[in-house]
Ligand binder design. Structure first.
Ligand code: NAD
Length: 435
């Protein structure tokens, strides 16, 4: 690490999670179990992946923490907010993602993670009934109360840095409104004027995090930090932001599989994706306005991989449809089906079917860990604003749409971006060699 000038990861790292549901408790339990040596953090890039640095005779393969100073699992201190008052142990048991035998050994630690009162507005998630909710005067006050929570958490735990991660329910779709979401001053004015329609509670969390010097990560498809006013806030506070929507099951497969079609110059006439899901996330997404947010995020993946303008014969007018159906018996074990209608030589049609029997939170937990640790790294490396190198973990990567920037959705291009950012922060040369 002799060439690296990233600030060291001294002291403890506070990880404040918005939402203490299936994803968060699976993430927390896994980290606590792993640091006792009772489970393995499978799927986590920061814990397993090795990146090549140098070339020819100088080349070597190093883990991330051998290239740049990373916080370790032992450094993490968790906190959370939720609409329901259940602590992390009760919530983990309730969600039924993990077996009791994988939760009990860290029960003592989980019980202590008691959610702070949520900054919540029922109009943003109608199906949630919990009452562990802040009493606020307006959106500005909502934000100020979250700032106070962050400061108190720091004081009580003695952590030296904090990262805020949104792993709460998907809010209803908030379309980008130029009058409110483009300039920081307008956003602040709308918060003070209690503009409930344009200011989602998630925006109050994000603003508060950045104001307190904490990177903010959006794990749901909410527009929260995907607006120019928040980019301005991230620039002002010199803090990293990342979003949006964890790339876990079906979209992971899509962004890894679509390149097969695009690389072999095969045509696409339609891609139909459907899911059944029975956890609380599925319940919230059963509400059309909440599903709309998810739909926009899930649909964006293909457009930048199979581009009609680049290959009109192959990709003009393909039909892309995504459905999520709430189906309680499966709980967190989502089943996804993809039917892909492709065509080949002389336009002859063929079909591909993919049936993924996945576990939503098991796929999301390592992404939480990686996004948190890499955002903390980015902050220490002095990187602020949208962290494009984290697109690898996200379904709908943030990009500057005001400048017509096209997001990178291709999984393997995203991986190159991730590796190069780590190489550069470690003082090595970026490159595009495949290995
Ligand atoms: N698991 C995956 O594969 C995956 C992939 C992409 C995105 N996501 C997103 O991650 C999020 C979490 O998923 P989950 O399965 O854990 O859902 P969940 O319903 O189990 O947990 C979400 C929790 O957030 C709480 N909440 C809602 N609004 C809140 C607010 N304003 N403040 C504080 N808490 C609030 C809810 O009470 C609930 O306990 C969802 O938005 C989901 O769409 C999940």
């Amino acid at each position: 690490m002799e060439k690296c000038n990233v600030q060291k990861a001294d002291g403890k790292l506070g990880v404040l999670v918005v939402g203490l549901g299936a994803v968060s408790t699976t993430f927390m339990t896994g980290v606590l179990m792993a640091r006792k040596g009772l489970a393995k953090p499978v799927g986590s890039m920061t814990q397993y992946d090795k990146i090549r640095v140098g070339r020819g005779a100088d080349k070597k393969y190093l883990k991330y923490n051998e290239i740049v100073p990373m916080a370790s699992l032992d450094d993490i201190v968790f906190g959370a907010w939720d609409v329901y008052p259940a602590n992390a142990y009760e919530s983990a048991i309730h969600c039924e993602v993990l077996k009791e035998k994988d939760i009990e050994p860290v029960k003592d630690e989980l019980v202590k993670i008691v959610p702070m009162k949520a900054a919540f507005d029922k109009n943003y998630a109608k199906r949630l009934e919990g009452d562990n909710v802040k009493d606020v005067k307006n959106r500005w006050d909502m934000m100020e109360q979250i700032r106070e929570d962050i400061r108190n958490f720091k004081k009580e735990t003695g952590v030296s840095r904090v990262v805020v991660l949104w792993a709460a329910s998907t809010e209803v779709y908030v379309p980008v409104n130029e009058k409110v979401h483009y300039k920081l001053a307008d956003l602040e004015a709308a918060m003070k004027a209690d503009d409930k329609e344009n200011i989602a509670p998630s925006m109050c969390y994000a603003y508060a995090a950045l104001a307190e010097g904490a990177p903010f990560i959006m794990g749901a498809p909410n527009t929260t930090v995907d607006i120019p006013a928040m980019w301005e806030m991230a620039e002002k506070t010199k803090m990293p932001i990342a979003g949006k929507d964890f790339k876990t099951g079906q979209t992971l497969v899509k962004s890894g599989f679509a390149p097969i079609i695009g690389t072999r110059m095969l045509g696409l006439s339609g891609w139909f994706s459907t899911n059944i899901l029975g956890n609380r996330d599925g319940l919230v997404l059963d509400e059309p306005a909440n599903f709309r947010t998810k739909e926009v995020s899930k649909l964006s993946t293909l457009e930048s991989i199979l581009v009609p303008e680049e290959q009109p014969d192959l990709y003009t007018d393909y039909y892309h449809k995504v459905r999520i159906n709430y189906y309680p018996p499966r709980n967190d074990n989502k089943e996804g089906w993809d039917n892909i209608d492709i065509f080949g030589w002389m336009g002859y049609p063929m079909q591909i079917k993919i049936n993924f029997l996945c576990r939503d939170s098991i796929l999301a937990a390592p992404l939480c860990l990686d996004l948190v640790l890499l955002s903390d790294l980015a902050a220490r490396a002095g990187r602020w604003g949208t962290q494009r190198f984290l697109s690898f973990f996200l379904k709908s990567p943030q990009h500057d749409y005001t400048q017509d920037e096209v997001p990178v959705n291709h999984l393997f291009q995203q991986y190159v971006m991730l590796k190069n950012a780590i190489r550069e922060m470690g003082g090595y040369e970026a490159d595009e060699e495949i290995d």
